[in-house]
Write a protein that binds this ligand. Structure first.
Ligand code: SAM
Length: 297
């Protein structure tokens, strides 16, 4: 179903299901001696959501057609590299105030070694926040920092909700927006960065990923995936969830607003983490994505 301005979801539907999808990829990418990441909660979180397709994926019970199986392997690597990039961002920033925008099933507040006294804010839609917090508590997991959840839509007045939870705009902050931008309309993306900028004291840091083609090419390959998913009983078409249309390029947008910005291409990120980047038409869209880090002057 197409998007609307006030749409909502849980972790099994619409945009929420994409959080479960990437957590399933993190669970698979955490396995084996060569694993680039270690997310010990992803597997249990995906099982708790209970979408049959993703659970079967974890159990190796899904056989895909050759092209889609290859794509799935690529996406698992993409998620491993992406996860490491954002993990390393937090580890290297060393700032005691952090905000995870669109936190989904991200368990960084629980699994990263935060500096003592750190406060981590997680922002996502109410049902997403409630489910993950309750499930991790049921699993006996404790946050490794003081965790403050902010249950709100990022198209609403989230800066006020964040401040109401005690966020300090005078202290430098480490922000991440991972797997979020293409699910926001272009103007909401700009507002997101305007709000982040307004809340960022000098020395604040930001990491995100930007897809210069605004999801259109990714949408084409995801439709092929959607057909295959449908055959396995999963009704999810990522192309319905993206917002197309001209988008301000994040790198320029941030530079013009007082951030020092670095951007690295996905193949560079793969090389950085010692993974070969695959070749072929199917991965062309993925090649364009940029891993962006920025520091507020
Ligand atoms: N960042 C997480 C990760 O990488 O595991 C989740 C990424 S998932 C692909 C997209 C997330 O964005 C979902 O958790 C979804 O709920 C959240 N999201 C998208 N649009 C949102 C909005 N308007 N308000 C709040 N959350 C939103």
């Amino acid at each position: 179903m197409a998007r609307s301005d006030e749409d909502t979801w849980d972790l099994a539907s619409s945009v929420g299901a994409t959080a479960t999808m990437v957590a399933a990829a993190r669970a698979v990418a955490s396995r084996g001696p060569e694993a680039l990441i270690d997310d010990p909660y992803a597997d249990a979180l995906v099982r708790a959501v209970g979408v049959e397709y993703f659970v079967k994926l974890l159990d190796g019970e899904i056989t895909l057609e050759a092209d889609n199986a290859a794509m799935l392997a690529v996406m698992t690597d993409v998620m491993a590299v992406r996860t490491r990039f954002f993990d390393d961002f937090f580890l290297s920033s060393g700032l005691p105030q952090a905000v995870i925008l669109a936190s989904g099933l991200d368990a960084r507040a629980y699994r990263l070694p935060w500096p003592s006294g750190s406060v981590v804010y997680e922002i996502d839609q109410p049902e997403v926040i409630e489910f993950k917090t309750r499930t991790l508590a049921d699993l006996g997991a404790s946050p490794a920092a003081e965790l403050r959840t902010v249950a709100i839509d990022l198209r609403d007045d989230w800066p006020r909700a964040l401040r109401d939870r005690g966020f300090d705009p005078t202290a430098p902050t480490a922000w991440i927006a991972e797997g979020l931008l293409i699910y926001l309309p272009p103007d909401a993306q700009d507002r997101l960065f305007d709000n982040i900028t307004a809340l960022s004291a000098p020395g604040s840091r930001l990491a995100t990923e930007f897809h210069p083609d605004a999801g259109a090419r990714i949408g084409a390959s995801s439709q092929r995936m959607a057909e295959e998913w449908r055959r396995h009983g999963l009704d999810l078409d990522m192309a319905d969830l993206f917002y197309d249309g001209e988008r301000n390029p994040v790198v320029d947008y941030l530079r013009e607003r007082g951030w020092e910005v670095e951007a690295r291409s996905r193949p560079d990120m793969f090389a950085h983490y010692g993974r070969p980047f695959p070749t072929g038409e199917a991965v062309e869209a993925l090649r364009q994505s940029l891993a962006v880090t920025a520091t507020r002057r």
